[in-house]
Design a protein around this ligand. Structure first.
Ligand code: UD1
Length: 422
């Protein structure tokens, strides 16, 4: 199994290109199931999660080809398709559940395995299934699979009030509603940029959608959708992660393709901590205003709030801030698994339920640590880059799910980092 070895201490200087968003690509890909015509995505990230979605879509009967540049996915889903998403693929990645809405909309039936447990929490699917039920689907859980059937063979429009602004449920219902009979309104919809990106792509395919990016999305169903070519939006989580690298280690890094509007709340927190972010014609430049980072308080929230997917990385940076920071995790119930690993590097962190209190120390010290999930892995790498001595991060297969070419990107700004196989 591979590990990452990091020698910490030095500042980072240079440019890091930001890839297309994993989370946008994972919801754009299943949109191919909604049409018989080709859907081409450009600026797709090269990640193992994208390979998993490719495998799933192929198992359902879609053609998926990755073009020579590695960043263009040409998909086509004409002819007959299989409506069963098997446990063997779905268990690898929760986002596999995003085929449920499109399959049901296209075929009137779908069998999708429940994704099962996940390191960062239980993550049920009740918001997805309650919404589809209101749209006229009969859904029952049998043998670990959701068996869904649209009454009369076609979903119908409905007014759906989400109890929580779930990202995945908004995407599933939005896709399902594009081909439903009549109008669907989603109240308390998620507002993430990835949802706006999906709506943009669906509109290119002929869907009638209004209000994406706000809490109320209205979708007028149509009889068929066509093909489209669509560039995947910039990955705001990869962007935020690399913005934290010079904040933590010193130096100045320009994140190419970065946009402030993708990370408004995060940028405000960086400012409060004493980190300067400047817009350039190529992206965002980041450096510390002074040597010291100030302690800040963070609460994770749905967009436009502070993203849960940047909480672990921010916690690592706050380990050496001046003062005490309080981080509240409001999206997932078990998302502080990086804390004990950071403590092994000399951090002072106290976790009680969904709250972590971080008291800044002068320096972190290198240590062997274990990655527990995707964002935890990168937070330990950032910590290793800022620490004294050597850090070895094991179980890095999590990283391949969400960070393309992480070693090369960090080496290019002067980091001493390598991947080793044992
Ligand atoms: C997406 C992102 C993930 C991010 C998360 C929150 C993708 C592929 N993944 O995940 O990286 O961390 O948004 O920003 O885009 N919930 C329910 N019932 C449901 C659905 C969700 O209780 O039916 C709960 C979940 O358990 C969790 C919370 O709602 O506690 C957030 O989930 P949701 O917004 O749906 O996240 P995902 O779409 O799974």
């Amino acid at each position: 199994m591979d590990s990452i070895l990091v020698q910490g201490g030095g500042p980072l200087n240079g440019q890091i290109p930001i890839a297309g968003a994993k989370n946008a690509c994972l919801t754009l890909m299943p949109a191919t199931l909604l049409s018989e015509e080709p859907l081409t995505l450009t600026n797709a990230p090269r990640l193992s999660d994208i390979k998993t979605m490719t495998e799933l879509l192929r198992s359902l009967g879609s053609e998926v080809a990755t073009m020579q540049d590695g960043k263009t996915l040409a998909m086509s889903c004409h002819g007959e398709i299989n409506t069963r998403a098997e446990y063997d693929i779905v268990r690898k990645m929760r986002a596999s559940n995003l085929v449920l809405g499109p399959l049901l909309a296209r075929e009137g039936v779908a069998e999708v395995s429940l994704p099962g447990g996940c390191a960062i929490g239980a993550r049920p699917m009740d918001i997805h299934t309650d919404g589809l039920t209101l749209m006229g689907a009969d859904i029952e859980l049998r043998d670990g699979y959701l068996h869904a059937k649209a009454q009369g063979g076609r979903l119908k429009g409905a007014v759906i009030d989400f109890p929580f602004a779930s990202v995945g449920a908004t995407e599933n219902i939005m896709m399902a509603a594009t081909l439903a009979k009549g109008t669907t309104v989603i109240n308390n919809a998620a507002r993430e940029p990835e949802i706006v990106d999906l709506a943009d792509c669906l509109r290119k395919m002929g869907a009638q959608i209004d209000g994406d990016g706000t809490s109320t999305i209205t979708i007028q169903g149509v009889d068929r959708l066509g093909g489209a070519t669509h560039p995947v939006v910039t990955d705001r989580i990869e962007l935020g992660t690399y913005m934290l690298a010079p904040a933590f280690c010193g130096g100045e890094v320009e994140c190419l393709g970065g946009r402030m509007d993708l990370l408004t709340a995060f940028c405000e927190k960086l400012d409060e901590a004493g980190i300067e972010v400047t817009e350039t014609d190529k992206g965002l430049k980041v450096k510390r205003r002074t040597d010291e980072i100030k302690a800040i308080n963070i609460t994770t929230e749905p967009f436009p709030g502070f993203p849960t997917d940047l909480q672990a990385q921010m916690m690592a940076v706050l380990c050496t801030a001046n003062g005490t920071s309080v981080l509240e995790e409001k999206i997932f119930e078990n998302r502080f698994m990086h804390a004990p690993e950071l403590v092994r590097m000399g951090a002072n962190i106290d976790v009680a339920g969904g709250t972590a209190t971080v008291t800044g120390v002068n320096k972190l010290k290198g240590a062997p640590v274990m990655a527990t999930d995707l964002r935890a892995s990168i937070s330990l790498i950032l910590a290793g880059l800022a620490a004294e001595g050597e850090t070895k991060v094991s179980r890095v297969y999590h990283l391949d799910r969400g960070y393309e070419k992480v070693v090369r990107k960090l080496q290019a700004v002067g980091a001493q980092i390598e991947r080793i196989s044992e």
